[in-house]
Design a protein around this ligand. Structure first.
Ligand SMILES: NC(=O)c1ccc[n+]([C@@H]2O[C@H](COP(=O)([O-])OP(=O)(O)OC[C@H]3O[C@@H](n4cnc5c(N)ncnc54)[C@H](OP(=O)(O)O)[C@@H]3O)[C@@H](O)[C@H]2O)c1
Length: 346
């Protein structure tokens, strides 16, 4: 491609996903020029310590390496700025898209993510984020702002990791009425439930999940079903077009699950923390999160312990199921590239 279109990328949050995204876009440079006519240029990255910026382009592989080694992007020679915040970065270098990959922080009302996204949209940037916090808490506000500015707010990484769960429902099922969504969008609970069903006691199952790198912190966000409920709220808002908030979702997590029930259920199928949305008369949806036995005949009845999935039951397109195996966080990180290409290549 002779004159590729340059896309200047700002990234806030360079942890598990953000740093992998930096490496990925560095490695996909030539491919994106050849296949899509897009030149990816990483012009700024912020983490909790500071930022690095260069309008001529940062080295994504160097960013990935310093973060993998436990350092800060602010330590990068000549381009690093210790103490620079994400908001300051947004006003310090011009960009075309913000990739926001800071922590969820629902207890902090979705901050700092909401402020980053709001500022980016106000400045006229597109936004891609795998961060559920801002979408659960401020979807309508941020989407309205994006539309007013003629920009796109995309968040395909917020539900079921790298699975294009939202795009499937919101884009590919256009023209159908969605009668029911069933989803297993959380990997941690599936992993723990499999350990329990195999005979492990609760503390050992949780410890195994921690050792396998699929559980962080005290685990309550995943194990008590908050993460699954948050993803259901996002599906309700963005795919089903209904207003929903976390408090609307009846939620039963897997904490303290009864191992005997799980083992007894084995003959019937696998147990997973299922998020469901069932259409009712008048077009509203009943939302629910609870551990559910999925028989082998169910489209999600053969999920492995590192798999997630979604089933859409529709009137016009029948039943469509989609599953992802996610042994590493790379698919989730790659959703920001997918969002970017969707914005620029349609
Ligand atoms: N991990 C997954 O598999 C996965 C999958 C789907 C969606 N997500 C979502 O994607 C987002 C990122 O996840 P992650 O696993 O990459 O999280 P993470 O490993 O905790 O990384 C978070 C990053 O945000 C930075 N950060 C924290 N506070 C900040 C602030 N005030 N300003 C700027 N940067 C700040 C951290 O800085 P330091 O590096 O200095 O600590 C870190 O680089 C989260 O919202 C998560 O829920 C994650």
């Amino acid at each position: 491609v002779r004159n590729p279109r340059r896309v200047r990328i700002l990234l806030i949050g360079a942890g598990t996903l953000g740093r992998r995204f930096c490496g990925l876009i560095a490695r996909r440079q030539d491919d994106c020029v050849d296949r899509y006519g897009i030149e990816l240029r990483l012009v700024g990255v912020a983490d909790s310590q500071g930022a690095a910026l260069d309008a001529n382009g940062l080295d994504g592989v160097a960013v990935e390496a310093i973060k993998a080694g436990g350092g800060s992007v602010a330590e990068l020679l000549t381009v690093g700025q210790m103490g620079m915040t994400g908001l300051e970065l947004l006003s310090s270098v011009e960009g075309d898209i913000l990739c926001e990959a800071s922590p969820v922080n629902l207890a902090l009302e979705g901050e700092p993510g909401i402020s980053h996204i709001r500022r980016a949209l106000e400045l006229g940037l597109h936004v891609s984020t795998p961060n559920k916090g801002p979408i659960v808490l401020a979807y309508r506000e941020l989407e309205t702002l994006a539309q007013r500015r003629g920009k796109q707010l995309r968040f395909d990484g917020t539900v079921a990791g790298g699975l294009p769960a939202i795009a499937l429902g919101a884009r590919d099922l256009r023209g159908a009425v969605i009668l029911k969504i069933e989803s297993v969008p959380n990997l941690t609970t599936g992993f723990v439930l499999e350990q329990l069903a195999a005979g492990a006691e609760w503390p050992d199952a949780v410890q195994s999940a921690r050792m396998a790198g699929v559980l962080e912190g005290d685990g309550a966000w995943d194990l008590d079903g908050w993460d699954t409920a948050a993803k259901l709220v996002i599906l309700a808002q963005s795919v089903l077009n209904v207003d929903a908030c976390l408090d609307d979702v009846p939620r039963q997590g897997i904490s303290g699950s009864d191992g005997r029930w799980l083992r007894a259920s084995r003959s019937e199928g696998i147990v997973r923390l299922l998020a469901s949305a069932v259409r009712e008369e008048m077009g509203s949806y009943r939302l629910d999160v609870r551990p559910t036995v999925l028989p082998p005949t169910h489209p999600l009845g053969r999920l492995g312990d590192r798999q997630m999935g979604i089933v859409y039951h529709t009137d016009a397109f029948g039943t469509i199921a989609s599953i992802i195996e996610e042994p590493t966080p790379m698919p989730s990180a790659a959703t920001m590239l997918r969002d970017l290409l969707e914005i620029y290549c349609g």
